[in-house]
Design a protein around this ligand. Structure first.
Ligand code: CP
Length: 304
């Protein structure tokens, strides 16, 4: 069973293999299943990038896509996540891609369903496909992770992107800095050092901004002066290292985490991240489905 649930389940070797496959897909080459394969995308939380880049990835791989909208499903009649996934498995889905508001939603499924589960974001927990596309974007830029400084800014505590990225970047040899309001620091994320925003930006090769996760806050928080106090202003962008890049998983709160004029500036890789998301998700689906096909002794073939 080749689930993708968190980044820390992946060895460094597996990570580099996924990134290499993604690069191959980018050039128009790579594995496609020869058999009819169904993948269901179950999004219990809103999404634009993850949902549609998985769908484009699935279609580029020639897969049959079963799109699931929670609001038009039997979830409305009280059906559980487990029963929903078990149902899709019974009617022929070969893998499921799931975004869910509950941290670790996948724990209730592990060992009970026999198709691969791909985590497309669990609450404040993990976002492995985002992390892999971020790694691909950094690797394309610098060719390495070792000795890079990556600063992650903003709502660290509620961010599954920060959690997934800080662990893996540290493991791959990068130095991670955190910066943001003290009330959004994460006491359980020990993979970075908290630094004042101007200092973090001056030291960084990658400035990674995070969206304020309003939907996960008990109280509405949007400090009017957030951009000036904690965000990437034009003045701070001028202080970045000459070759440093800007990243943001998006969606972006324009003029909150980043000055709107910087979103498409020369340093920004925000839309490159989205493009890379398709190739990385093709590689993730390959990893999940290749084993399904092997297990079922279906004669998949390789096209290079
Ligand atoms: N970055 C990201 O996960 O975006 P979506 O919420 O639009 O999928």
């Amino acid at each position: 069973m080749t689930n993708l649930l968190t980044m820390n389940q992946l060895s460094n070797e597996e990570i580099f293999s996924i990134l290499e496959d993604a690069e191959r897909y980018k050039t128009g080459k790579g594995w496609r299943p020869s058999d009819l394969v169904f993948v269901s995308n179950l999004f219990f939380e809103p999404s634009t990038r993850t949902r549609f880049s998985f769908e484009v990835a699935e279609k580029r791989l020639g897969l049959e896509v079963l799109n699931f909208a929670a609001e038009h499903s039997s979830v409305q009649k009280g059906e559980t996540l487990y029963d929903t996934v078990k149902t899709l498995e019974s009617i022929g889905a070969n893998a499921v891609v799931i975004r869910h508001q509950e941290d670790h939603f996948f724990e209730e499924l592990i060992g009970k369903v026999s198709i691969p589960i791909i985590n497309a974001g669990d609450g404040c927990g993990h976002h492995p496909s985002q992390s892999l596309l971020d790694l691909l974007t950094i690797k394309q830029e610098f060719g390495r992770f070792k000795d890079l400084t990556v600063s992650i800014h903003g709502d660290i505590r509620h961010s599954r992107v920060a959690r997934s990225n800080a662990e893996v970047l540290t493991r791959l040899g990068a130095r991670v800095l955190f910066s943001g309001p003290s009330e959004w620091q994460d006491p359980f994320n020990l993979y970075g050092e908290y630094v004042e925003v101007d200092e973090a930006i001056k030291q960084s090769d990658v400035v990674m901004l995070l969206r304020i996760q309003h939907e996960r806050h008990n109280e509405k928080t949007n400090p009017a002066n957030y951009l000036e106090e904690f965000g990437l202003t034009k003045k701070r962008e001028n202080q970045m290292k000459p070759n440093a890049i800007i990243m943001h998983p998006a969606p972006v709160n324009r003029d909150v985490e980043i000055d709107g004029d910087l979103i498409e500036c020369e340093r920004s890789r925000i839309f490159k991240q989205m493009e890379n998301g398709v190739y990385v998700r093709m590689a993730i689906l390959k990893r999940a489905l290749q084993q399904v096909q092997n297990n079922q002794e279906v004669d998949g073939h390789v096209i290079y």
